[in-house]
Write a new protein. Structure first.
Length: 424
């Protein structure tokens, strides 16, 4: 096949001097060449335009903010509002069928051995203990924790209670004799069968009665010995109760300690087995309503500082952390809180105030001279844990204390002054 003519060098002669036959062939050749060139140019344009339209524009880059790792002390210290007062009042009711004949005034303080109120014109005395009396303390060698309460209180009031059987010993427990009003003396005091210590009761049990059971004395229990019954009689005579040597339910009220009468709920003439008054501890305390997240770091015995309204500070410590969540706010719609009780180391520092709004500074935990990063520098890893973005890339870290917007971190390659990326 002969070579194709050069369109520039060979077509010009054809165009300038065209024989008739060659003129037609040259014309067709020229048209084909021009059309091909046009198609090629159009294809090039189409390809160029297609690529231009599909190309993505480069994204704008924003320079990441950075912060430097620091060595610093971290502390979970916090300041929470508190209320100075006598604590939360609790209701107090009598435990006997009688009529109230006297009540103390609001604000009065009642200590061990003093009367809380009078029932049928007889005193109802305050004893200290961890449980109420639930039965009459009567019967020779009665054993129980309630007997220990009577023994401990009489001993604390100065009455000799004699020897108490040791823990692990066995005693013969005899049922209490049936009370016989006819055996009471003319003064309404001492029944004949319990008049003196160790005296044989006038009515012996029947000969066919089953033998009295033996009971082991356990830790925290007391025994109603003849010496203890004599101490009960002396105490009853001193306070103006019938001298029986036994203590009936309702003759005393057992509380954890001395109380202050917060408010009186009834008037003389009311029955005693209803709510008579509300009482509080006698020592002033500061009550803090701490949200659950804050209360989690507060422990009993922790030292705190109380800032009074006059800006004076009082050293104190946490004496109780509540376990019952309560709703905060007047409408009860606030976040749940726990009541934290704080007591001053020197109560006399609070003598001039009965009630006030104060601030309690909790020191919390402290981590000294630790490597720390802003919390915003932490990057959560998909496999769990955290990392920070350093100059050479992500560095896995182990976190420690979080406090004041910083977090304690440890990890390979970390050093003070190292720049890490932080989220804005």
């Amino acid at each position: 096949m002969p070579p194709l003519p050069d369109p520039v060098t060979e077509l010009i002669p054809i165009v300038t001097d065209p024989p008739p036959r060659r003129r037609r062939r040259a014309g067709r050749w020229l048209i084909a060449v021009l059309v091909g060139a046009a198609l090629a140019a159009g294809a090039a344009v189409l390809v160029t335009r297609h690529r231009a339209a599909g190309a993505s524009l480069p994204e704008k880059t924003v320079a990441a903010s950075t912060a430097k790792l620091e060595r610093r002390d971290l502390s979970t210290a916090m300041a929470l509002p508190g209320t100075l007062g006598y604590g939360t009042p609790r209701p107090l009711a009598g435990h006997k069928e009688a009529t109230v004949t006297w009540l103390p005034q609001a604000g009065a303080t009642v200590k061990r051995g003093k009367q809380l109120f009078r029932a049928d014109d007889q005193p109802v005395t305050l004893f200290y203990g961890g449980m109420p009396l639930y039965r009459n303390i009567a019967g020779a060698n009665l054993v129980g924790r309630d007997v220990r309460i009577i023994a401990d209180n009489l001993s604390a009031l100065g009455y000799s209670i004699g020897h108490q059987p040791a823990v692990g010993s066995w005693v013969t427990q005899v049922s209490a004799p049936t009370a016989n009003p006819a055996e009471t003396t003319s003064t309404g005091n001492t029944p004949a069968d319990v008049r003196t210590a160790g005296e044989t009761p006038s009515s012996a049990p029947p000969s066919n009665a089953p033998p009295a059971p033996k009971v082991e004395v356990k830790d925290g229990e007391g025994v109603l010995t003849s010496a203890l019954r004599s101490a009960i009689k002396r105490w009853q005579d001193d306070v103006g109760l019938p001298v029986t040597g036994t203590v009936a339910v309702g003759d005393v009220e057992v509380l954890s300690g001395a109380v202050r009468v917060d408010a009186v709920a009834v008037q003389p003439g009311s029955p005693t087995n209803v709510e008579l008054m509300s009482v509080t501890p006698t020592r002033k305390v500061i009550t803090v309503a701490a949200e659950l997240a804050d209360a989690g770091s507060i422990t009993r015995g922790a030292e705190v500082t109380v800032v009074l309204p006059d800006e004076k500070t009082v050293q104190a410590r946490v004496t109780a952390v509540g376990r019952k969540l309560v709703a905060a706010g007047d409408a009860g719609t606030g976040p749940p809180t726990l009541n934290v009780t704080v007591t001053a180391d020197q109560p006399k520092n609070l003598d001039k105030l009965d009630a006030a709004d104060v601030t309690v500074n909790f020191t919390g935990r402290t981590a000294k001279d630790v490597l720390a990063a802003p919390v915003e520098a932490l990057v959560a890893l998909t496999e769990g844990g955290y990392a920070v973005q350093g100059p050479a890339g992500l560095v896995a870290v182990k976190t420690g204390m979080f406090a004041q917007g910083w977090v304690e971190i440890t990890g390979d390659g970390l050093a003070e002054g190292m720049a890490v990326a932080v989220s804005s």
